[in-house]
Design a binder for this molecule. Sequence first.
Ligand SMILES: [Zn+2]
Length: 218
Amino acid sequence: MAGQVQAPNTCSTTPTCRENGETTQWGKVAIRSLSCKRGTGMKVISRTADPTELSIPHRSRLYRLKPIGAKTPLVESMTGYVGRLAEAYDVPVQVLFRNELGPLLARPQLYTANHAASFLRSTGHAINGKDHLAHDTILALDTLLGGYDLHLHTLTMCAWADAISSHDLVRAIRAWCPVCYQTWLEAGQTLYEPLLWAVTVVTVCPVHNQYLKTFSTS
Ligand SMILES: [Zn+2]
């Protein structure tokens, strides 16, 4: 790691007294940070460790946004998560799909802006489900976000793949509980879309015992 040491030798008035990359008893010298205090009788050297010895954490392609409500009944939905990820980059969801997810999903219909928008309108809700599009989206995001520790499969119905039918499993339109939104807003919490709201058979908020709103009924 970078550090700063004071070399206890006599003053040298030229910065060439140590060559860039030279190994000293204090480590390798970085020439850009080497300086010399003229007349102080003391030389200040910044040293860096050997770059080959540095442990650099893996960098993910995209920002590793943490899902909300992980490991709770109100875990976030995949559509809501992708929407928040796009919002973090200040781009529309279709742009995120077209430029990042689309190539990994190997779906040519996502490669143009118009097709990406129509594809998401007609099929986007399926990423909350348990079929191939949900599986492919999880794998693509795992690749882009680097690693599996975000447990993105829990944002879909894939965990229920062997227990329930995929027929009419998730809604094609949004549903929400206005009381949940109001509560989170007043508490200063991030607004999000629980996976539960996307499940077709769920019509009542389990927290507030009120019917969910949808665009067709509100
Ligand atoms: Zn509610």
